[in-house]
Write a new protein. Structure first.
Length: 319
């Protein structure tokens, strides 16, 4: 019988048999999948699990603190937080091509894991939050059946020289099943039902060159959008919502001054599988309120626009 409790029990038994006394390393992103793997493995093997959380400077407002609080304080999981902002931002200097950004970020992630893995004794396994749809999608990409539009880096992106065996306890599960298990394991609702967030983070939402100042603007605007969605009870009604910082300047008037400053685009979509998506028809009054707050509260933003393109032809992310 499929119940979260049964799945968890069976999975824990299998993990204990598979792993024995070995150490396991997990790349914790704070997203649903890796979070559920962390909680599950913690139940199964306790302190044999070490998570590495990379604070790459491309995360949303307060995200790093939130992840550490949930896992370390509430769940008692061992998490190494790697402060890697400099490393990532240095790599991204003067880079504007979206695929180039993704590759650099993917490589930087791998380097950080290699460093951490080398430091830790007795690590024999690498845990990943691969879920069933990832398995299908990457099989398609490998056989050339699905055309790769963007290089997503969560499946199979590991260097072979790491010499670790893979443990992927969610490989047979769909997203909604993963979520049910997460709740059952005691993860907070907001974490389990959070919108997806891409591996390259805000770097693909600051269009063009990424720097600290742009990230700061975007983070602030994005936070306002998400906060308003939650307050209006709309967050759970859309599948994904976020702000994008555009590399164009537009004229506006703030007080008595003319400004010539960047533009924020808001994106919200409704979808079941993220392969196709409809732009979310958010109420005009709601959008107006978000725009007003962003322009008033985020100095350095002149204008807010709303993306009304569905997927296809547009992808969900702008890069
Ligand atoms: P696109 O932009 O391809 O996005 O329509 C579809 C979904 O995938 C997310 N996304 C990523 N997730 N690594 C990830 O883990 C990535 O590199 C990546 N790129 C896009 C995107 O946020 C959306 O949910």
């Amino acid at each position: 019988l499929w119940t979260p409790t049964n799945i968890i029990a069976a999975s824990i038994e299998r993990l204990r048999a598979q792993i024995g006394e070995d150490g396991v390393l997990l790349a914790l992103s704070g997203g649903v999948d890796s979070s559920v793997v962390a909680a599950l493995l913690h139940r199964a093997i306790g302190d044999q699990l070490t998570c590495v959380f990379v604070d790459n400077g491309l995360l949303r407002l307060g995200e790093s603190e939130q992840v550490m609080k949930t896992f370390v304080q509430h769940l008692g999981v061992r998490v190494i937080r790697v402060a890697a902002e400099e490393r990532f931002l240095n790599r991204l200097k003067r880079v504007t091509d979206p695929e180039h950004k993704r590759k650099l970020i993917g490589n930087a992630f791998i380097e950080v894991f290699e460093d951490e893995a080398a430091r830790l004794p007795n690590i024999k396994w690498l845990a990943q939050g691969t879920i069933y749809p990832d398995v299908i999608e990457s099989a398609g990409a490998k056989t050339g059946k699905a055309r790769v539009i963007k290089s997503h880096h969560n499946v199979g992106g590991l260097p072979e020289q790491m010499n670790l065996r893979l443990v992927e306890p969610l490989r047979e599960l769909f997203k909604d099943e993963v979520r049910q298990i997460g709740i059952e394991l005691g993860l907070p609702y907001e974490m389990v039902y959070r919108h997806p967030f891409p591996g390259p983070g805000l770097a693909v939402r600051v269009l063009g060159e990424v720097d600290k100042e742009s990230l700061e603007l975007l983070r602030h605007a994005d936070h306002i959008f998400i906060e308003e969605l939650r307050q209006a009870g709309l967050y759970d009604q859309v599948s994904q919502a976020f702000a994008v910082l555009l590399p164009v300047r537009s004229v506006g008037v703030v007080g008595d001054n003319r400004i010539h400053a960047p533009v924020i685009a808001l994106r919200a979509v409704e979808t079941l599988d993220f392969m196709t998506a409809r732009w979310a028809h958010l109420p005009a009054e709601f959008l107006e309120q978000v725009a007003r707050r962003i322009v008033n509260e985020v100095a350095g933003i002149s204008r807010v626009v709303y993306d009304i393109t569905s997927k296809p032809p547009a992808t969900i992310e702008w890069e």
